[in-house]
Design a protein around this ligand. Structure first.
Ligand SMILES: [Zn+2]
Length: 180
């Protein structure tokens, strides 16, 4: 092992740990007792489900700020072998196959969201869409910072207890609002 390869080794170890932490098989947050002594910032993040920006300027700023993530999402979507549709202001790839579909199924995920792109393995139901749209709103607020913040949450708390996922799961469980 030459010193020049050490950073690469470090990167591989971090990637491996993150990959391991990204397991959807842990019990859902609701089945776990709330942890005491949690940092207030973490509890706040876990309870914050940002809404769609209200003004046109705010909405445009959200698209621009989340654009680096959206580009990554488009790359993932391009590996899904499907044509996207526009729904709720996002690009939605339904029934992902190819490399993207294989990656989702391998990790046991129904969908993945990157910026304003949602790649779904099958046909997402309303609850799953609510979950993924929380990640869209999080990306609009945090922009490129969302990636290191999400990974830090993943590293510290694992997938299910990552505050960003707790927020998304609480929205997923919420009964849909009946506007009729
Ligand atoms: Zn999620």
């Amino acid at each position: 092992m030459t010193p020049r390869r050490l950073p690469l080794l470090g990167l591989a170890v971090v990637a491996g740990v993150l990959w391991w932490r990204l397991r959807p098989d842990a019990p859902a947050p609701s089945e776990q007792p709330a942890s005491h002594g949690e940092l207030r910032a973490v509890s706040w993040l876990a309870s914050w489900t940002p809404t769609t920006p209200r003004t046109p300027v705010g909405r445009i700023a959200g698209y621009v700020w989340a654009a680096p993530l959206t580009v990554a999402g488009m790359l993932l979507g391009s590996l899904s072998g499907t044509t996207p549709e526009v729904r709720d202001g996002v690009l939605l790839f339904v029934g992902a196959g190819g490399v993207a579909g294989w990656m989702l199924r391998w990790r046991g995920f129904s969908a993945a969201t990157l910026g304003h792109v949602i790649v779904a393995a099958g046909h997402p139901d309303a609850a799953l869409l609510r979950h993924e749209l929380v990640h869209v709103r999080q990306a609009e607020r945090w922009g490129p910072l969302f990636v290191p913040l999400y990974l830090a949450g993943l590293l510290r708390y694992g997938y299910r207890h990552n505050p960003f996922e707790r927020a998304a799961y609480s929205e997923q469980r919420r009964p849909p609002v009946n506007l009729a």
